[in-house]
Design a protein around this ligand. Structure first.
Ligand code: A3P
Length: 290
């Protein structure tokens, strides 16, 4: 295991494992019944995957455990070093409907998802908390480039130099297409504020109908505390050379506003000024940024 360099694909820096396999990713064709969960890394992907999986299994956690993958859904990105099979290999061996996760920005999502009118859930998180979470993740994920010092990391985030590219382009790309493509656009902060409301929102989007009791169970099973203890969701199944959870656990804090413990007032001001410019003319209702 080594910290791989990033390679640009159509101008977006991607981990070399995916960039070097770009043709097979780009030509991937989903089934119309497949569901895509798309996020910028650290926006709440795992949480949403877990909710969706439980909804599809009517809240039956045991049934979810029988999934053919060590974690809840395969990676559309080919992140895994051998001998772990790539996400694409997993997908070939699974029957639809499959929950597929990706961190690809909108323009790099294989066109088959749109041609087949697949359902797509996009999860976003306020930029500062997303950045903080990504920083800790890059410290413990030995396949990502070294994060370097915090101050420089903020700059890399602002300039779109981290793996999967610019957060700004990412959230704006899906936002602009959400109506045309029937994308369910969620916010981490909404999920924290009222998880039940958001679970019900996802249920309706998926045309599912589960009882109030099952919804309550899903909310409970997907609490931060429970997901931190659950080996299916805390990534303890990923072998230690990839994730060093002694540096930072995958289920780290799970809070809104942790950025206040990281940004100095000067860094926050500089970030806000740049944010205004990069988000000019786009009104995505992010919260808890100031
Ligand atoms: P923190 O690093 O701020 O704790 P992803 O799954 O996209 O990689 O996102 C990981 C982030 O979501 C981490 O944020 C993690 O703790 C948080 N998270 C995961 N499950 C959660 C849950 N059930 N409730 C709240 N936050 C959760």
């Amino acid at each position: 295991i080594s910290r791989f360099p990033l390679i640009p694909v159509r101008g977006v820096p991607l981990m070399c494992s995916i960039a070097n396999n770009w043709d097979s990713v780009w030509s991937f064709c989903p089934d119309p019944a497949d569901l895509l969960i798309a996020t910028y890394p650290k926006a709440g992907t795992t949480w949403t995957q877990e909710i969706v999986d439980l909804l599809l299994h009517n809240g039956d956690a045991e049934a979810c455990k029988r999934a053919p993958t060590p974690v809840r859904s395969p990676f559309l990105e080919i992140f895994s070093p051998p001998p772990i099979p790539s996400g694409l290999d997993y997908l070939k061996n699974m029957d639809p409907p499959r929950i597929i996760k990706t961190h690809l920005p909108f323009q790099l999502v294989p066109t088959g998802f749109w041609e087949n009118k697949c359902k797509v859930i996009y999860v976003s998180r306020n930029a500062k908390d997303n950045l903080v979470s990504y920083f800790h993740f890059d410290c413990m994920n030995m396949t990502q480039p070294e994060p370097g010092p915090w101050e420089g990391y903020i700059s890399k985030f602002m300039h779109g130099e981290l793996s999967w590219g610019s957060w700004y382009d990412h959230v704006k790309g899906y936002w602009a297409e959400r109506e045309k493509r029937n994308i369910l656009y969620l916010f981490y902060e909404d999920m924290k504020e009222n998880p039940r409301r958001e679970v019900e929102r996802i249920m309706r989007y998926l045309d599912l109908s589960v009882s109030d009791e099952v919804i309550s169970r899903i909310v409970e099973l997907t609490s931060f505390k429970n997901m931190k203890e659950n080996p299916m969701t805390n990534y303890s199944c990923v072998p230690p050379p990839v994730f060093d959870q002694s540096i930072s656990p995958f289920m780290r804090k799970g809070e809104v506003g942790d950025w206040r413990n990281h940004f100095t007032p000067e860094q926050s001001k500089m970030f806000d000024e740049d944010y205004e410019k990069q988000m000019k003319g786009v009104n995505i209702p992010f919260r808890d940024l100031i």
